[in-house]
Design a protein around this ligand. Structure first.
Ligand code: CAA
Length: 268
């Protein structure tokens, strides 16, 4: 891992750029359309550990080039795996994706092309998905003789509903950006040129809000969705209560009461 100035990092397949309070992770393996092999997964895991959460308040995940976000898990690597190795490879992906999903700050997937198999799955581990008009989503695994293995059977059903998830997974049919928008897999579609600026604008919009509150919202939504409503609202109560007495809660409320537009949130 090479550390560059201002917190940026360059690895073989992953680059990380820190732009003020926004971090941008780019998966960069052009010869395989950014497919995820073990090395890419390991680098992704390390880069998440290297992010300075005192400074960075929102992350963007994208793919290098203008054709592919991530074209899936690496089929060449998977082709010779035993049952036990297949399970271990699934766990390797799942562990990193879960780290991304539970990463303390919001993560926006800027899907700039193919998001197939593991590519669709990694985008679903992010909080928010936006895509370019050439994006294509799908879970083609059953055509390769396997199930989705990095959380696709679980997260797709939670995001687009059980019926649509089953249709996509059983038929292995890829869908274009407009259909992904229609079924709620992405929040918005942009031209290729507009995608990253739009992701940065959204990330900046998140970063200007009180960081502890934003983190607590992410945790409340994620943790609450895993339990029943009676327990979920208690999760919210605790995270709501946890914001009080912070500098940023006092600052946010004083600014309102003083009719002051400028707010100085300091993550404390
Ligand atoms: N794994 C390994 N290599 C891949 C790859 C993948 N998932 N996707 C693309 N590549 C490689 C190709 O083998 C090719 O390499 P060579 O030039 O050395 O032959 C290179 O990337 C360019 O790909 P294509 O020539 O195929 O490009 P294309 O524009 O004709 O097609 C594509 C693009 C439709 C995305 C096609 O590459 C494709 O179908 N890729 C596989 C998509 C897929 O099935 N993904 C799911 C994988 S399984 C999975 O992800 C399991 C899981 O849940 C964990």
């Amino acid at each position: 891992m090479i550390f560059l100035e201002r917190g940026s990092v360059k690895m073989e397949f992953i680059t990380y750029e820190a732009e003020g309070q926004i971090g941008i992770i780019t998966i960069n393996r052009p010869k395989a359309l950014n497919a995820l092999n073990s090395a890419v997964l390991e680098e992704l895991d390390s880069v998440l550990d290297s992010i300075d959460l005192k400074i960075v308040r929102a992350l963007i995940l994208t793919g290098a080039g203008d054709k592919s976000f991530v074209a899936g898990a690496d089929i060449a690597e998977m082709s010779t795996l035993t049952k036990a190795e297949g399970e271990a490879f699934g766990k390797k992906g799942n562990d990193v994706f879960r780290k991304l999903e539970t990463f303390p700050i919001p993560v926006i997937a800027a899907v700039n092309g193919f998001a197939l198999g593991g590519g669709c799955e990694i985008s679903m581990s992010c909080d928010i998905r936006i895509c370019s008009d050439n994006a294509m989503f799908g879970q083609p695994e059953v055509g390769l003789g396997i199930t989705p293995g990095f959380g696709g059977t679980q997260r797709l059903a939670r995001i687009v509903g059980v019926g649509m998830a089953k249709q996509m997974i059983y038929t292995a049919r890829n869908i274009k950006a407009d259909e992904a928008l229609r079924i709620g897999l992405v929040n918005a579609v942009y031209s290729q040129e507009e995608l990253l600026p739009a992701a940065k604008k959204m990330a900046s919009g998140i970063a200007k809000n009180a960081p502890i509150a934003v983190r607590n919202c992410k945790k409340a939504i994620n943790d609450g969705l895993q339990t029943d409503m009676d327990k979920a609202i208690v999760i919210e109560e605790k995270l709501f209560g946890g914001c009080f007495e912070t500098h940023d809660q006092k600052e946010g409320m004083s600014a309102f009461l003083e009719k002051r537009k400028e707010k100085n949130f300091i993550n404390e």
